[in-house]
Design a protein around this ligand. Sequence first.
Ligand SMILES: Nc1ncnc2c1ncn2[C@@H]1O[C@H](COP(=O)(O)OP(=O)(O)O)[C@@H](O)[C@H]1O
Ligand SMILES: [Mg+2]
Length: 147
Amino acid sequence: MTLATVTPPWAYTLQLPQDPRGPGIARSTLRTVLRVHGLRDLIDTAELLASELVTNAYRHSSGPYSLRLRGAGRNRVRVGVWDSSPEIPEPFCGGAVGTPCALSERGRGLLLVRECAASWGAYPIRGGLPGQGGKVLWVERTAPHHP
Ligand SMILES: Nc1ncnc2c1ncn2[C@@H]1O[C@H](COP(=O)(O)OP(=O)(O)O)[C@@H](O)[C@H]1O
Ligand SMILES: [Mg+2]
């Protein structure tokens, strides 16, 4: 079997520390994975989506967090971000959300993520051991010319 014939499902998990270099490492890892899997058309938008989610995990939780990338069909990727905070932010709780205050300097990232994602969701992770608990926020994105 040649590399070119490898088809989904493929998946990668990157464990990230509570360190300001984490989001950048997550972005460059995502670029490498999507390029090697022939999903170049997805790279820029998937990087934006992952960047928002991992930066939130870094800023709004206090422990380690992780990025999971998975092929979700021939031209589709799922980006999941786990962190140890059990709180699911409002834009990912489902339903409509209001637009942020015009003068607010925060609260736009997740609205943008929802807009750019083909689908999105969140679920709690149960368990009391280190590395368990918290929640996963996920999004999927399909390459634009492959609806
Ligand atoms: N991973 C997370 N864990 C807990 N709370 C979060 C997480 N991500 C976002 N939030 C909450 O949702 C709010 C909105 O997030 P976002 O739209 O990315 O705006 P910002 O990060 O600029 O505050 C955050 O201010 C924070 O209170
Ligand atoms: Mg944010």
